[in-house]
Design a protein around this ligand. Structure first.
Ligand code: ZN
Length: 347
């Protein structure tokens, strides 16, 4: 392990007061599962507990429209349904502002050097939230707010990697024409929310700075391990980001009730290793993970601790290296598809 790597853990009781509605899979116990996983892995004591601060209106307005901000704020103290999946309860606004603020504060601390890395155990999640719309359990786009904050501080290259099983339509929309933010997502396809085809590449100056890796159902450690090692990591390193943000969704897990992937803790460790490897250049190790989905509590516990172990620099948890014709096919297909923007993939 790397001695002295400082990893912050952001959490707050208010995140548990966000009420998605009765019987909803996006529930407060998910955060307790993260904490339990860290405890059971014996690594909670090696993390710096950080209290988030609320994001300011100006910070949220970098990625969200004013009318939308006002709509979310108007849900304070009541229950409001944005769509059939996405609801705010009386304290959800407060939780959402704090969730975005956690990522902003984590970005500030890793850029200032008081932390090397941070894991934000937040609710509500963020990556489906668009500039003007709540959806998919998400109110504010926490990672996008963090990326915009880094840009406002003068950074020119921010990499966002999204391994949630759903496509981060909100993050893609917000930075679709912005070459300063490279968005790389792996996700089930076709699947909710319907976006994320490989042909969605960004537009105008942002062309080539959106990379979607749509995956068929049933992909597991072999497919994810190879795609992250042979597509995501080389593209990420070629971009040479100054900061890496990760939308960490644990719903590709084999036990997840919402999706049909087959990833295990070992696979999430390999994914995290690939994400962290993209910080080797200008980012100088700076990386912030924020919780997105993941709905089986034991899977969330085991997978989040596997990721945090990698963040702490513990010795890698190797993949079994099983041969997978499908993994080889996906890697070949995507290296070819994105090679015209990223020559590193043509080798
Ligand atoms: Zn998800």
């Amino acid at each position: 392990m790397i001695e002295g790597v400082r990893v912050g853990l952001y959490d707050d009781p208010i995140f548990r007061e966000h009420d998605s509605g009765p019987g909803h899979p996006e529930r407060p116990e998910r955060l307790d599962a993260v904490r339990r996983g860290l405890r059971e892995a014996g690594i909670d004591g090696r993390l710096e507990a950080r209290k988030p601060r609320p994001a300011t209106g100006a910070e949220l307005l970098r990625v969200h429209r004013e009318a939308y901000l006002e709509l979310v704020e108007s849900t304070r103290g009541r229950t409001f349904r944005f769509d059939p999946d996405t609801q705010a309860g009386p304290r959800s606004y407060e939780a959402a502002v704090l969730a975005a603020g956690a990522v902003v504060d984590a970005v500030d601390r890793v850029l200032d050097g008081s932390l090397d890395r941070a894991f934000c155990a937040v609710r509500p999640p963020g990556h489906h939230a668009e500039s003007g719309r709540a959806m998919g359990f998400c109110l504010f786009n926490n990672v996008a707010v963090g990326a915009a904050h880094a840009l406002a501080r003068g950074l020119e290259r921010v990499l966002v990697i999204d391994f949630d099983v759903h496509h981060g339509n909100g993050t893609q929309e917000i930075f679709y024409s912005d070459p300063r933010v490279l968005y790389v997502s792996s996700h089930a396809f076709p699947f909710y929310p319907g976006t994320g085809a490989a042909g969605e590449l960004g537009e105008r100056d942002g062309l080539g700075f959106t990379i979607n890796l749509p995956l068929p159902e049933g992909c597991g450690d072999a497919e994810y391990g190879r795609l992250y090692a042979e597509v995501v990591a080389p593209v990420g390193r070629a971009f040479d980001p100054e900061l890496v943000l990760v939308s960490a969704g644990f719903d590709p897990h084999a036990a997840d009730p919402l999706a049909g992937m087959q990833v295990t803790e070992r696979g999430f460790a390999a994914i995290a290793r690939a994400c962290l490897s993209t910080t080797a250049g200008s980012a100088r190790g700076r990386c912030v993970f924020a919780l997105e989905g993941g709905y089986d509590l034991d899977a969330v516990a085991a997978s989040s601790s596997a990721v945090v172990r990698e963040m702490l620099g513990e010795e890698g948890w190797p993949l079994a290296g099983e041969a997978s014709p499908r993994a080889a096919d996906l890697v070949g297909r995507y290296r070819q598809a994105f090679g015209r923007f990223w020559p590193v993939l043509r080798d």
